[in-house]
Ligand binder design. Structure first.
Ligand SMILES: Nc1nc2c(ncn2[C@@H]2O[C@H](COP(=O)(O)OP(=O)(O)OP(=O)(O)O)[C@@H](O)[C@H]2O)c(=O)[nH]1
Ligand SMILES: [Mg+2]
Length: 326
């Protein structure tokens, strides 16, 4: 370990990143040259689909798979819906409890308490800290199918979307467009009934859905199954509860990594990620700077005018921008 960081230092740094403390940036600056080695994998899916259980089993399997050369694995559970440590996070802690005995696995739940640039930027910084510390595998769990998942997908090299059978024959996530960010699809709870229907629903969804649209890998009009050099997310059947299919899931993640390397897609995504990260932070800085410089008088005046519908919000924004005399 070249950085001389203890686990305790790391945990403290993560808290400072979460809280958006100014001093954290200096530490991040020093760490940054040491990043770039970790494999970062995102796991997302509907609430209760079994993400935490699956992530725990993946971590365990990664540790077991490599014999003596065991990778250090970090798990970050990101919960955007609870700004303070809430029930779901505590639940995850309990479910992941049996991993605590393994010092090669680091588990952290995080929420955003006003970090600059929001939780996606905070997550990216936490991943950087873990990467620099020397974790070879970083697993990020996020719930749902909103903007956050897309942002997290940009941080991860490979995104696993977790589906589970049940709740009717419909695949909920297909509607929400979550498949668009999937590199690998894990159909969890394969020990339950209805797995075959779930898989065929997913297959047909993949037949019509543009693959990896958020990465901009292909035009949205191209079909997932259409592209000789493209990637169609494999569907892997798993039962996290019974520890079945986990090895196959890791193999699918490896295959995706090989694809990223062989096609140059990994490098392309990396460049894209850097650019969108800088832009997101710049946007935040510009807004903060503008808000500091706009006078209360100007601000209250446009607020009132828009409130009375005599000024359109777009004109209001332009007026405020003009008042900065950039
Ligand atoms: N039958 C079955 N149940 C499972 C399986 N995997 C997880 N579960 C159960 O599903 C429930 C939810 O599991 P979690 O791992 O907490 O799911 P999650 O997606 O992390 O949930 P949230 O973080 O709250 O969105 C728990 O009761 C698990 O025991 C599985 O493979 N089979
Ligand atoms: Mg969970």
């Amino acid at each position: 370990m070249s950085l001389n960081l203890t686990r305790r230092d790391l945990a403290r740094l993560i808290t400072r990143i979460e809280n958006g403390e100014r001093g954290a940036q200096e530490a991040l600056n020093a760490l940054y040259p040491h990043t770039g080695r970790a494999r970062v994998i995102g796991i997302t899916g509907a609430p209760g689909s079994g993400k935490s259980t699956l992530v725990s089993e993946m971590a365990r399997a990664w540790r077991l798979r490599s014999g003596l050369d065991q990778p250090q694995v970090a798990i970050v559970a990101v919960d955007p819906s609870s700004p303070f440590s809430g029930g779901a996070i505590l639940g995850d802690r309990i479910r992941m409890r049996d991993l605590y005995g393994d010092s090669g696995i680091f588990i952290r739940s995080m929420a955003s308490r006003g970090a600059l640039g929001g939780i996606a930027a905070a997550t990216a910084d936490v991943v950087s800290a873990l990467d620099a510390y020397g974790f070879e595998i970083v697993l990020i769990e996020t719930v749902g199918a909103g903007q956050l998942e897309v942002d997290v997908a940009r941080i991860a090299q490979t995104v696993i979307v977790v589906e589970a059978p049940g709740a009717g024959d419909e695949v909920q996530a297909v509607k929400a467009g979550i498949l668009e960010i999937a590199d690998v699809i894990a159909v969890n709870k394969a020990d339950r009934e209805g797995v075959a229907q779930t898989i065929s629903a997913l297959q047909s969804a993949l037949d019509i859905a543009p693959a990896n649209g958020h990465h901009g890998a292909r035009a949205a009009t191209e079909l997932a199954s259409d592209d000789g050099t493209g990637w169609r997310p494999p569907i892997v059947k798993v039962s996290a509860l019974n520890r079945e299919g986990i090895v196959e899931l890791l193999a699918a993640v490896d295959t995706h990594r090989d694809y990223l390397v062989a096609t140059g897609e990994g490098e392309r995504r990396y460049q894209q990620r850097i650019e969108s990260d800088i832009k997101a932070r710049l946007r935040e800085l510009l807004l903060q700077t503008a808000m500091r410089r706009i006078t209360q008088i100007d601000y209250q005046a446009v607020l009132a005018a828009v409130g009375q519908r005599s000024l359109h919000p777009a004109e209001a924004a332009l007026k405020l921008l003009d008042s900065l005399h950039l």
